[in-house]
Design a binder for this molecule. Structure first.
Ligand code: ADP
Ligand code: ZN
Ligand code: ZN
Length: 748
């Protein structure tokens, strides 16, 4: 390819021209243009010269050659500030399959110049008596507005400015003159900070540094020594909750900043709590900025602007904070790296861990992953030697590991106990109620879990081809989410002949009801998708529970993520099987993580903790190893299964989702894709599964067909994806109707 044509995206701040336009590369520039370079091009009817970015170089003209305009010149310097972002978008597009526009929008915040939302607060600088005296003094001088404000402030030392200028009818001019007199101060907070409770000032004290333990120091030294030698690498810290990972992150950041660099810290949104942020603010003051998903695109772009100007050194946030345009990026940290939320659910379906690695490569930065239960991906790489592993084995804030009981629900049935609660769980709940200690009951239900199992022997109906659980469908059949294998619903257990074989369904609400039946005086709080619909309800329920306004908290996995309740001494997992049999290859991994986290909730302080895991499959390795908090043991068994079945991370897997508003057409397109890939990649030993109807076969009247392709090599799957994209283009199908997902987090 010589690159006779350049596909150029013009000034991205204009939404309407947010697509590439094709230009001819003039003779004198042939071979000189690169993706990401900024160039001047004639645009529109008037051929006004404007700036654009080279997205792609190609020899294929997209329209009539005589009509293609020519690139005017390369912008002085050639490389623009956004080159990195554009290169990254390109990498994402290639690596995950999406349109360039979608990739660009992921990487660059849409610039919409809008007023920054700041919250202004009028703060009284004198004590309340003085304020009152002042108000009387103003009164005597007939300065009634000033008198009004000071009187209010004598009762309440801070007031929102909107209230002052509104309800109190005091002009900003008056406020300013009081400010000049040294009586009040107006403090401006951006929206995020104002969301933090109890903070009337944005001037944060710098401090809160701890003397690191030997273990912690070893991690910091190990990474920093390499860093100083110019080595940039990927590191994994495996350390149980409370082992001091966050403290290690902060120390590393401080040292990296001292070397003139900047850092990005990714934390799952749900763990972006006030306490965590406060620790960063206390240590780094206003060199820290925080992003969250509630920010508008404009606010997000403002944050990025500050980062680009070098006004901050640290950006904390969920997945999208990854794209902070630091010019001196030195370190990216991903906390709780195993969390599913690091994978994008919309196109392009990128994984933050992988994109972070690419960003680090581009910027010569280091990447640090942290988790108590690392993803199989990360640990596999650590074993392979491509990631350096560190461990933190001791809890710093004290607290012994809890005693874990595995309760066999089959046995309960045999003994005539048909309730949701095993005898041991009931007994221990009763005990805690008597002692005035708190309990948490956890339903590890995840999405669509329609598996069918035998209550008598624990047998689970599985796909003979994919070794994942079959799901009960409305049509009365049992279906495999991967390959579409179907078998009629069974009425008797094929293993033991019991008639107690059925789909397992229980919601948090039912558990709450049964709890109240069993323990009528217990105060029960429930946290799930229903009770947390409102904006603040999540925090509210947590703080109610923390304030001991309830004895038992019932909830989904929301309740197990990183909250410390010192009075919780009992954690019950209602049915470990619920996440064990969701019909995708990550089910055991997720169950292990959830059970380990749940167990970690009990006995966080001096009171000893107990954990009850109820299950129909007490012998399942995810359950057994979680109960022992034995990550290594779990990993060995799980990786053997992945290897055998050619699942990630040993092999790679690409899901292709085909959408259509016509069921037949969707299936036909999917079949064409499968036929083409089987033919084109005959030699490559691809393992192609499907097409099948997705587990949710229709959403909003759009039919969904799914294809899975497995191969050892990621690069081979990218080639298959490219070939499929070419086919889609050649057939003239709408590009949006076919979505790619590499190493998907769950079954479709
Ligand atoms: P993790 O991120 O692994 O859960 P944290 O960094 O939050 O662990 O540490 C857990 C608790 O231990 C916190 O209360 C923290 O303040 C405290 N801590 C961490 N490191 C030290 C240390 N070196 N000395 C004393 N306390 C520490
Ligand atoms: Zn059975
Ligand atoms: Zn199957």
């Amino acid at each position: 390819m010589k690159g006779i044509y350049a596909n150029i995206i013009v000034d991205i701040s204009h939404e309407k021209v947010d697509r590439p336009f094709q230009y001819r590369v003039p003779e004198e520039l042939l071979g000189q243009l690169e993706v990401g370079m900024s160039v001047m091009i004639p645009f529109g009817k008037g051929n006004k010269l404007i700036k654009g970015y080279v997205m792609e170089l190609t020899d294929t003209p997209e329209y009539e050659v005589s009509k293609i305009k020519q690139v005017a010149s390369v912008v002085a310097g050639g490389v623009s500030a956004q080159t990195d972002s554009i290169k990254l978008a390109w990498w994402i597009k290639e690596h995950y399959g999406s349109t360039m526009i979608a990739a660009l929008k992921t990487v660059l915040p849409v610039k919409q110049k809008m007023k920054q939302v700041v919250k202004k607060t009028v703060c009284c600088l004198v004590d309340s008596d003085t304020a009152f005296l002042k108000s009387e003094e103003f009164e005597r001088k007939h300065q009634t507005a000033k008198a009004r404000l000071m009187r209010e402030l004598s009762m309440q030392s801070t007031l929102p400015q909107l209230l002052v200028t509104g309800k109190l009818n005091v002009t900003t001019q008056t406020i300013r003159s009081l400010e000049q007199a040294g009586l009040v101060e107006v403090i401006e907070e951006n929206v995020y900070r104002s969301a933090l409770p109890d903070t009337t000032s944005n001037r944060w004290a710098v401090g809160g540094k701890k003397q690191l333990s030997e273990e912690q120091q070893a991690v910091v030294d190990g990474i920093i020594e390499e860093y100083r030698q110019g080595i940039r690498d990927t590191y994994l810290v495996r350390g149980v909750t409370g082992s001091g990972k966050t403290e290690v992150y902060m120390e590393l950041i401080e040292q990296v900043i001292a070397l003139g660099k900047q850092a990005i810290v990714l934390i799952p949104e749900i763990a972006l709590t006030y306490q965590t942020l406060l620790r960063f603010y206390q240590r780094f003051g206003d060199r820290v900025s925080v992003m969250n998903s509630k920010l508008s695109p404009g606010e997000r772009s403002d944050q990025f602007e500050r980062a680009k100007k070098g006004e901050i050194d640290i950006m904390i946030g969920p997945r999208s904070a990854l794209f902070t345009p630091f010019e001196r990026l030195g370190l990216i940290i991903i906390d709780e790296e195993h969390e599913a939320s690091y994978k994008s659910e919309t196109m392009p379906k990128y994984h933050a861990r992988e994109v972070a690695k690419e960003i680090c490569r581009m910027h010569k930065a280091s990447l640090l992953l942290g988790s108590a239960t690392p993803s199989l991906e990360a640990y596999f790489r650590a074993k392979e030697g491509t990631i350096k592993l560190f461990e933190l084995n001791n809890r710093l804030a004290g607290g012994e590991l809890p005693t874990v009981y595995i309760e066999d629900l089959r046995e309960e049935l045999k003994q005539g106990n048909r309730s949701i609660f095993s005898r041991r769980l009931k007994e221990l709940l009763q005990d805690r109620l008597q002692k005035g200690q708190q309990s948490m009951l956890f339903l590890n239900r995840r999405g669509f879990a329609g598996f069918v199992s035998c209550r008598a022997c624990g047998h689970v109906m599985k796909c003979p081809h994919c070794d994942v659980s079959l799901s009960e469908h409305k049509n009365g059949k049992l279906v495999c989410h991967y390959c579409g294998y179907e078998t009629p619903q069974v009425t008797k257990c094929p293993e033991c002949g019991s008639k107690y074989i059925l789909g397992f369904r229980a919601g948090t609400q039912q558990i709450e009801e049964m709890l109240l039946k069993e323990f009528p005086t217990a105060r029960v709080l429930r946290m799930d998708a229903d009770t947390t619909k409102n904006k603040d309800s999540y925090e509210k329920i947590l703080s109610q529970f923390a304030n001991e306004e309830a004895d038992i908290l019932v909830g989904t996995q929301m309740i197990v993520k990183g909250h410390d309740f010192p009075k919780v001494t009992l954690v019950g997992v209602i049915a470990a099987d619920m996440s064990l049999h969701v019909g995708d290859y990550r089910a055991a991994e997720r169950t292990f993580q959830l059970l380990t986290q749940a167990a970690g909730r009990a006995g966080r302080s001096t009171l000893p903790g107990e954990v009850v895991i109820q299950t129909y499959q007490p012998e399942h390795y995810a359950v057994v190893h979680a109960a022992k908090q034995d990550y290594e043991g779990f990993y060995e068994e799980e990786i053997a299964y992945r290897d055998l079945m050619m699942y990630p991370p040993v092999a790679n897997m690409m899901a292709i989702l085909v959408l259509s508003n016509d069921e037949l057409m969707g299936m036909t397109h999917a079949s064409e894709l499968v036929d083409t890939m089987k033919q084109q990649f005959k030699e490559e030993r691809l393992s192609v599964i499907g097409p099948a109807s997705a587990s949710i076969g229709k959403i909003n009247d759009i039919y969904r067909s799914i294809i899975y392709v497995k191969h050892r090599d990621y690069a081979m799957l990218v080639k298959v994806k490219d070939a499929m994209e070419a086919l889609i283009e050649q057939k003239g199908w709408n590009a949006d109707t076919v979505q790619f997902d590499f190493n998907p987090m769950s079954a479709y």
